[in-house]
Design a binder for this molecule. Structure first.
Ligand SMILES: Cc1cc2nc3c(=O)[nH]c(=O)nc-3n(C[C@H](O)[C@H](O)[C@H](O)COP(=O)(O)OP(=O)(O)OC[C@H]3O[C@@H](n4cnc5c(N)ncnc54)[C@H](O)[C@@H]3O)c2cc1C
Length: 499
């Protein structure tokens, strides 16, 4: 191995060049323009893992259509608190993007965000009852006042002709529709965010460099040990603050950092596959994101949906995801990722969570082994007239779900995202994947306030936060006037439609 040498020092090192690091870098550039920032990425370019458009579903998650955010309760009522939180978080992302578009730091929004109606679609008496109850609970609030509901086949045909073609109109069916939905190309957005940072600032992206280790120095800084994937040299960068925005690679790095707050964390990888439509005539007949209900035993992120997408500026149609299991933590990772993440402190939580989720593991393996015909059958629940020759199977991105200690069960599996940070604020890691990229701005902003508490209190930061995200620190769920003002500006700046 080549001898290590100092090549760099920076205030901030961001590991991974996906949407999370891009968002964090853009926020820091606004809040603290004098900070030096380095991004280290193991692949040859930016946003090639989960943030790449075809590796994720591109839904601007606002809880308009995702039924797993509003679970049905034992008494038949619907729990809505998560839906409000996610909708508010997405409005925070929209405010920041509006701010950057206004300043010319992001291009015209059409380059990364497209208005696409969000629909939930269900069939069968019980599911129709659930959707009706969900609609009544959400639509009563200003946040979801524009959500429309119908059981009328003619109306459903108008909303989603491809989904209704060939369907028995006598079957009990219902849908809700929110016109102000979005499809976001998070890969393009990350590229544009990074591009807006490069000019004139002390900022750099080191591609083809793999972070191998993180060592705490006596002066409190982090020594980030990096291997050049092309030349083979080992280099080091010293930083005051390190963000592990490495997607599925964040957990192994958190464990390597040795911070006590990372103790007991493990990961459960879930892979995915899409059917991607190759027939332009079929693609042109659908304009919506249509989310259904997860089948029994399926993890919440495996809810099937039929999505109009804009991928690299071109219309596309994707169906899925079909979940799957592999031991890789990254799509371009290693099968050793899972076994190498085992430590004495996370072994018991991992085993306990694994034991409690045997059904999930069985379900995922079953999904991997599905035949072409079985996949077509699932697709036909959404597109009854689908022909296999119009669709191609593609591997989606990898998600690593969080496993953590649990005082009662020993360990538990979680499906959300979580920021784990050192007590002194010098290092933070983003674990988990859902609701993911859509809530990047709120998640990164909250992390900054936690890791830079003194700066966060300063007048300069407070003023800048107000300019970037006017609703931050207030409650959009409770303040209908502010919600209306924020939405009007976001819609105008980003070209979103309401009904
Ligand atoms: C199938 C699927 C569907 C999804 N659908 C949606 C959706 O509809 N809406 C939504 O909002 N979110 C969705 N998500 C989640 C979303 O994709 C992620 O939350 C988001 O992309 C995560 O961004 P990131 O920057 O943290 O990770 P990534 O984009 O994965 O970036 C991490 C980067 O770190 C690099 N890296 C890893 N290890 C190292 C290392 N040791 N050294 C250097 N670099 C390293 C990787 O190469 C990668 O480029 C979906 C995810 C999947 C998998």
């Amino acid at each position: 191995m080549a001898e290590a040498k100092w090549v760099d020092q920076a205030d901030v090192v961001l590991v991974g060049a996906g949407i999370m690091s891009a968002t964090l870098a853009a926020l820091l550039r606004e809040l603290q323009p004098d900070m030096s920032i380095r991004v280290i990425e193991r692949l040859e370019g930016v946003a090639l893992e989960s943030s790449l458009a075809t590796n994720n579903a591109g839904t601007g998650h606002a809880a308009n259509c995702e039924l797993n955010y509003t679970p049905e309760q034992g008494d038949g009522s619907v729990e809505t608190s998560k839906a409000f939180k996610i909708n508010e978080s997405f409005e925070i992302s929209l405010q920041f993007w509006s701010h950057l578009v206004g300043k010319g730091l992001l291009p015209q929004p059409g380059a990364f965000l497209s208005p696409v109606p969000h629909l939930s679609f269900v069939w069968g008496e019980d599911s129709v009852r659930f959707l009706r109850t969900r609609h009544a609970a959400l639509q009563a609030h200003p946040m979801f006042v524009d959500m429309r509901y119908s059981e009328d086949p003619a109306q459903l045909r108008e909303w989603m002709p491809l989904v209704m073609e060939g369907r028995d109109p006598k079957q009990a069916m219902a849908a809700t529709r929110v016109a102000r939905g979005t499809d976001v190309d998070f890969g393009r957005l990350a590229i544009q965010l990074f591009a807006g940072l490069g000019q004139g600032a002390d900022f750099g992206i080191l591609a083809n460099h793999h972070v191998q280790d993180l060592v705490r120095e006596a002066d409190g800084r982090w020594r980030v040990v990096v291997r050049d994937q092309v030349g083979g040299q080992t280099r080091e960068i010293k930083a005051k603050f390190v963000f592990l925005g490495a997607g599925g690679g964040a957990l192994p790095l958190l464990l390597k950092s040795g911070i006590p707050e990372g103790c007991g964390y493990g990961g459960f990888p879930v892979s995915g596959q899409w059917l991607i439509c190759t027939n332009p005539e079929v693609i042109a007949r659908h304009h919506a994101k249509v989310y259904g209900k997860a089948s029994v035993g399926a993890p919440p992120m495996s809810v099937p949906h039929l999505d109009t997408r804009m991928v690299d500026g071109k219309p596309a149609l994707l169906f899925g995801p079909y979940a799957g299991f592999t031991t890789k933590f990254l799509k371009q990772g290693s099968f050793l990722d899972l076994p190498l993440s085992l430590r004495p402190h996370n072994l018991y939580p991992m085993m306990a969570a694994g034991w409690q989720n045997l059904d999930l593991t069985r379900y995922l393996i079953g999904q991997v082994l599905q035949s072409r015909e079985a996949r077509l059958e699932t697709l036909r629940t959404f597109v009854p007239t689908a022909r296999m020759e119009d669709w191609e199977l593609e591997i989606a991105g990898q998600r690593v779900q969080i496993i953590k200690k649990d005082p009662v069960h020993g360990g538990k599996l979680e499906f959300g995202t979580e920021v784990v940070s050192a007590a002194d604020g010098s290092l933070a890691a983003l674990l988990g994947a859902s609701p993911g990229a859509s809530t990047a701005v709120a998640t990164m902003l909250e992390m900054l306030l936690k890791c830079f508490p003194e700066r966060a209190k300063s007048e300069a930061w407070q003023r800048t936060i107000q300019q970037m995200v006017p609703s931050f620190g207030t409650n959009l769920v409770k303040d209908a006037d502010l919600l209306a003002r924020v939405r009007a500006r976001n819609s105008e700046m980003l070209g979103l439609k309401a009904e």
